[in-house]
Design a binder for this molecule. Sequence first.
Ligand SMILES: [Zn+2]
Length: 355
Amino acid sequence: MTADQHSPASEPPRVEGATRRMAVTIDDLPVVSVARSDLEAGWSTTRGLVDALAAHHIPAVGFVNDSKLMRDGERCEEQIGLLRAWLSAGLELGNHTFSHLDLHRVSVEAYQRDILLGDPLTRELLERHGRTLTYFRHPYLNTGRSVEVRLGVDGFLSRHGYRVAPVTIYLEDYVFAAAYDWALMLGNGPRAERVKRTYLAYVEANLAYYETLSSRLFGREIDQILLLHANALNAGLLPELASMIERRGYAYVTLDEALRDPAYGSDDSYTEAGISWLQRWALTRGLPASFLDGEPETPRFVRRHARSPLRLALLRRVVRFREALRLRVKRPLARRLRRLLSRAASGATSRARSG
Ligand SMILES: [Zn+2]
């Protein structure tokens, strides 16, 4: 099934009996993978995501890192082709900075430069499809370590015509995706399967957690904004994820519609590491950290397998090399040194005796 066989994803159908609403956003376009950067993998992920979004009439916004569309300082038409697939399916694109900079690690000036660098190409592509570049998503959801920095960047964004795209359902899908990518690279099918099954359960537990958090905070379920990343795991599982979301009574809405929920006007003075806006609003209200208890955790086996096997192999080599160094060089050296010292000492004693 291809995207072209469906009505544009930008027009979600009215779902009878829906009790919840959700906007879907997808970060790190065109694609993100710890293991593969080839175009074939890029197309497989892109087709998986775009086809499922279209089949389920999900009017998603994809947030782009334009640096991935360049090769040696020039536009790379092959990579740009991946974005055209999003636009042809009626999906929207947003700015996610040029090179995925972390506002908590660089100066405001450097960050703003990166926002502007990430603007022209995505804007041009959108405009060719009769759309305007509207949304900005902070990489790592880091919005500034101080209120001053935050307001500075927010002001800069709005002067350039951008609206910040918040997130209420925040998953560690990128950890699962890394474990999945490495399992596939290693040809470990059973592990890839286990990661997939665990991920589905993890997503459902998170949906339940954020639904409850919303009710406790606002006395109702607000329009949620989900963040997923453009990886192979989500590409493969999006049909199942979408069915799960629909089973829970959600209708898909555009980001613009979700943002009309008055909850998004809540005070937010949070300046720590990126988390869900629901959690930020709770902390800004002065609620204790325990109010956020119950957030489902990524299982340890997933975290373990998310680490690069290449890095692990390298670390193991370093440890072995150090051990060999200790046994073959340092220990004999120390032994020789001890012998020399004791010989020198006994020589000195016998000289003292004879002197
Ligand atoms: Zn990102």
